[in-house]
Structures are given as C-alpha cells and as structure tokens.
Write a protein that binds this ligand. Structure first.
Ligand SMILES: [Zn+2]
Length: 230
C-alpha cells in the first residue's frame, strides 16, 4: 500500500519502504532525478509484490549532494538530513510501523544514512534497515556516477529523459583521486561523469538485469523483516 493513499487504520504493522535519491547533475545526458527515479522504481516494484506487507513512503528526492558543488544540484547538508530523517523515523514508529527500510540510490547519502540507522536503532524504538542500491550492485562495473549502470537503467525506466546524443560531449573518462572526500566531482572529472572504465555502454539489458536483481534482494529483506517482531 502507499502511504499517500491509505487511511489511518492501514498504517500500523506494515514494513515502511522509503526510497531516497537526489536531485543533482548526472553528466550531460541523464536527468537530475536519476537516483530518485531508480530508488522509487525499485521500492514501488516491491510494494506491488507485497501490498499487504509494505507501506511505500513518498520518495525523498532531496539528498546530500555537496560533492557536486560547482554543478547544479538541489539538496540538504548532512546535519539537516540527519535531523529530518530521524524525525520521520520517530513518527513512523509512533504510528505503529513494524520496521522501515531506507532504499537508497545515491552514493552521497550513504555515510549519513548509515549513521542515521545506528543512531535510531541504538537509542529509539523500532528497527531501521539500509538497503543500498550501490553497494549491492549485481553487475560489477565501475560506475561511480552517471556511468554505464545508471545510464542503462534510465534508458529502461525513463527513455524520454535520456539525452543519448549528449554522451559524445564527454571527452575524458579519467577520474582524479580523492573524489567524494577531498575533491569535488567537477574537479575529479570536468564532465561530471565518473565511469573510469571508459566510454559508456548504454544498454537496456544491463539496466534490466541490475534492477531485477535489486527487486529480488529487497523482496527477500522485506520478507525477513516482516517475519520479525517489532
Ligand atoms: Zn546517481
């Protein structure tokens, strides 16, 4: 079921799925909402499989994108994100949810979400899980940002938003060391594409394999979590 459309009597006892993405530059060819589109599709697909178990939260499209400074992005700083999400989680458990799974598709959110999970689980009631679409990639390609995997997924999910002809604008696929820590994405690669293996392969089949594997793994987690007491 979807949180936007249920009544108050349908909230308690469910496993909440909160898709989290970003609104940030994804090279010259991919939409700003790439991560949000991917996280939402995976969570929505799992909700469709288990509508009685799952409560699908509206997607959190705003993420932590400070590493994209110098390129367009709309997001929050780390401290705001921590406080905001802890508030969402606290109210979710006060409303009787059994568990909440954060379904994240943006690398810049990862360390913050890991911290939020631990802060919540060790100090408050109810268990929160982090399902990272990046850390459990089925296809082992070196796509750090806006590369082969993300491009192939968007070709499948939102082909009208993919500007494939723009990929030719990318003349250099090298990535400076220190990216995400001491160096911004723009400093690491002026085209904003971090795919150090070289030119992108944009193939719906790659996208399909990756997304189907994610849906299967998230489904397993939902079943496991829903079988446990709150
Ligand atoms: Zn992305």
């Amino acid at each position: 079921m979807k949180l936007l459309y249920v009544t108050r009597d349908q909230v308690a006892g469910k496993v909440g799925l909160l898709p989290i993405g970003s609104l940030e530059q994804h090279g010259p060819h991919l939409p700003m909402g790439t991560d949000s589109i991917i996280a939402e599709w995976v969570a929505q697909s799992v909700e469709a499989k288990f509508p009685e178990l799952v409560l699908l939260f509206p997607t959190l499209c705003y993420g932590c994108s400070l590493e994209h400074t110098g390129f367009p992005y709309v997001g929050a700083n780390y401290i705001s994100m921590i406080n905001f999400l802890l508030d969402l989680l606290e109210s979710s458990f006060k409303s009787g949810l059994k568990a909440v799974i954060l379904v994240n598709a943006h690398g810049g959110n990862e360390s913050v979400l890991d911290l939020i999970v631990r802060q919540h689980n060790f100090t408050r009631q109810g268990k929160v899980y982090l399902f990272s679409l990046l850390k459990r990639r089925a296809i082992k390609l070196n796509d750090l940002h806006a590369g082969t995997v993300e491009s192939s997924e968007i070709k499948l999910l939102a082909p009208w938003a993919l500007k494939e002809e723009k990929v030719n604008e990318v003349k250099d696929y090298s990535v400076k060391s220190g990216v995400f820590r001491t160096v911004t994405v723009k400093e690491a690669n002026p085209y904003g594409v971090l795919n150090p293996d070289g030119p992108l392969i944009i193939d719906q089949e790659i996208g399909k394999r990756e997304l189907e594997a994610a849906v299967a793994e998230l489904s397993d987690l939902v079943i496991k979590v829903s079988g446990q007491s709150a």
